[in-house]
Design a binder for this molecule. Sequence first.
Ligand SMILES: NC(=O)c1ccc[n+]([C@@H]2O[C@H](COP(=O)([O-])OP(=O)(O)OC[C@H]3O[C@@H](n4cnc5c(N)ncnc54)[C@H](O)[C@@H]3O)[C@@H](O)[C@H]2O)c1
Length: 325
Amino acid sequence: MAVIGCGRIGNLHAQAIASSPRATLAALCDCDADRLARAAERYAAARYASVEELFSGERLDAVAIATPDHMHVHAVQAALAAGCHVFCEKPLADNLAEARQLVRAAAERGVQLAVDYNRRFGFGYRTAHRLLDEGTIGQLESCLLRVTDAVPPPAVARNRHVIFTTLLTHHFDLMRFFGGEIRSVYAVAGDGSPDSITRNVIVSLGFVSNALGTIAAGYRQNQSRTSEWMELSGSAGSLAIEDVTRRVTLVRLDADRREILEPDHFAAGNAFYDSLIDHLHAFIDHVAEGRESPVTGRDAVASLALAAAAIESLESGHAIEVPSA
Ligand SMILES: NC(=O)c1ccc[n+]([C@@H]2O[C@H](COP(=O)([O-])OP(=O)(O)OC[C@H]3O[C@@H](n4cnc5c(N)ncnc54)[C@H](O)[C@@H]3O)[C@@H](O)[C@H]2O)c1
């Protein structure tokens, strides 16, 4: 395997591949010579300054892509053309049409195209998903999610509604992860200035199942890390998930008590970025076993379709019906 883009997240990809018993980190690629050299010092892997040089120099089975958001499409196209399985950071593409085209290209090539919705692998969401599946809170009726994060730097904030495509792409995916397909989206924003990026939004979601979802999201100047809380409310109780990995609180209807589930603090697996490493390990296992990756390009398209619907709703002032996938 190779890693394309050796920044903060690419180094985690390299760490995941190097620590998998089923993969070998053969090469690293970055257009920044210093970053490439620093990563290559850590891992005994070949170095390439561009994706073109990487694919002409190496015969690879799979790549992990962690270039900036707007560079994903170029790297994914090159990887698919070389017949590689792809694990790409979110969002898969800047727009829905490009994402759909990549999913078609991967299917034509017969390779896996995975997108890193790593929150699904965090202790809190993973545990809540298992409890929901086991029927612990009965039929899911509503999902409430609150998230705030730092205002993104200008290199990331390339369009006014970046909050939907870069931050909330994770949370649209989480809504689908728990509640299934979504049929309607209504979004409002609290920001008045047309010059600034959208900072505060509330998105109301209607699920095909008739359950309801609400996402309240905001960017905060100088916030040091993402702060996130989700509650799943069902016919027989509720589950609250704190900060992806921290804690799950189960409240049942029939008793005035709550059960707290926390990760084992002495074991690996409780830090946010371990969820990314766990996801990449799962991708490698699925590819090695010829199984479809746990999070697919279709999931990426579905999440981007919800982001596009939210932007359309914001701009039109109407609820938007989402076409079925
Ligand atoms: N899954 C998550 O929770 C999560 C968290 C943070 C960031 N991300 C995503 O990960 C990606 C990378 O983010 P980051 O914070 O590591 O960014 P970064 O800026 O630290 O790293 C990006 C790297 O890509 C390199 N690069 C740029 N263009 C390139 C090209 N054409 N070919 C090769 N290398 C190129 C840059 O030199 C840089 O080293 C982004 O898409 C971001 O949205 C995901």
